[in-house]
Design a protein around this ligand. Structure first.
Ligand code: NOS
Ligand code: ZN
Length: 368
């Protein structure tokens, strides 16, 4: 991985106004990867965290993006030490969750699933339940502040390298129907296969809970296979290395065919992929090939602060790389809401009452 290859990841973009206005849905956005830089600085002062690389919010934003632009998932993940350090109290979690909902809504996001690992927020004595309650209350507050422009659900993440996934699965079951929509596994992929967390997945299945798994980011198709066929993932976080199972002429192997034919949604995060080395450039990102081959593709931020991005910026990068217009973004957005971990009538309502009418308006106004 040459850093010059992914320098596009750090190039500033100004999304077109119609992109900002278009309704968007994000299924893959980490709460602890999307804080406002000014909030981190304030909270660090308040809790006495002295480890920040700078106390200037603008410099801090640049620092995160540059540090994460490393070509390796492991180094990308090191930056989260600074965000998690200031996310240890009920008040901090509440504030960060509320601001997250506000920032997403401000960017035109109408539906979001925001994920985080409760086990990373216990350093100041909170219990797992208290962490989940604080985040849920913050998300509800954020939804209210936007006047109901956005619906947000939480996904609880178990970390691949720790041994708490069964507890987090139990927590997911306990908080389902109260703001928690599903379960995820994240963290360093190499050497930490998802099947090591089988008891967690079995618990979730026993209780009919939704599962998504980060896979096919740093490890190839075998990781996607294990996530789907052994662990029962309904969606795949990233999943871009499913291309290992697709021949140059577009012929699909059995795994790729299974993922496509069962409409297992890929939560694709282009800028993050450039930073971690999972893709070499926007223009060469496999999202376009996957879309053309009929995969269920959704477009996501992964980490707005750490990857220095927003949904509008991801849309703009894809528009620049592949010439996508509103029709394709409507397709991505509908695909995302269809794959949401929401009851079907709610998904239909968001698509019929918000997404379709929103794109009808985008299409009828001049694009600039
Ligand atoms: O793209 C990713 N791949 C794998 N793990 C990730 C990614 N982005 C964030 N996290 C991890 O998920 C934790 C909970 O939100 C974060 O603390 C980070 O360690
Ligand atoms: Zn992620």
């Amino acid at each position: 991985m040459h850093l010059s290859d992914n320098s596009a990841a750090t190039a500033p973009v100004t999304p077109a106004e119609w992109i900002r206005r278009a309704p968007k849905a994000v299924l893959h956005d980490h709460l602890d990867g999307g804080l406002r830089p000014a909030t981190i600085v304030e909270l660090a002062r308040a809790c006495g965290y002295a480890g920040l690389p700078t106390e200037d919010p603008a410099e801090l934003a640049v620092w995160f993006r540059d540090a994460a632009d490393s070509g390796s998932l492991e180094r990308y993940l090191e930056t989260f030490a600074h965000t998690c350090a200031v996310m240890q109290t009920r008040e901090a979690l509440h504030r960060i969750a509320a601001e997250c909902a506000e920032d997403l809504a401000d960017d035109g996001v109408v539906y979001a699933e925001v994920r985080y690992a409760p086990e990373q927020h216990l350093e100041a004595g909170l219990t797992l339940d208290e962490v989940v309650d604080a985040v849920n209350e913050g998300l509800r507050e954020g939804e209210r502040r936007t006047g109901g422009k956005i619906t947000v659900r939480a996904l609880l993440t178990g970390m691949r390298h720790t041994r708490r996934s069964l507890e987090i699965a139990e927590l997911t079951v306990a908080h389902r129907d109260r703001g928690v929509a599903g379960f995820d596994i994240a963290g360093g992929e190499i050497g930490n296969p998802p099947a090591e967390h089988l008891p967690a997945f079995q618990h979730l299945k026993r209780h009919n809970c939704h599962i998504t798994i980060h896979a096919g980011e740093a490890v190839g198709a075998e990781s996607v296979h294990e996530a789907v066929q052994v662990c029962g993932a309904e969606r795949i976080g990233h999943g871009v290395r499913i291309t290992d199972d697709i021949a140059a002429d577009g012929t699909l192997g059995h795994l790729a065919a299974y993922v496509r034919d069962n409409r297992i949604a890929l939560e694709v995060c282009p800028t993050s992929n450039l930073q971690t080395g999972a893709a070499v450039s926007y223009e060469k990102h496999p999202i376009d090939e996957l879309r053309r081959l009929g995969f269920t593709v959704t477009l996501n931020t992964d980490n707005r602060l750490v990857s220095g991005t927003t949904m509008s910026e991801e849309f703009q990068h894809m528009a620049d790389a592949f010439g996508y217009g509103p029709e394709v973004f409507e397709e991505f957005t509908v695909a995302a809401v269809e794959a949401a971990f929401l009851p079907l009538p709610e998904r239909r309502r968001i698509i019929d009452e918000i997404v379709r009418p929103g794109y009808a308006q985008v299409g009828s106004t001049p694009r600039s």
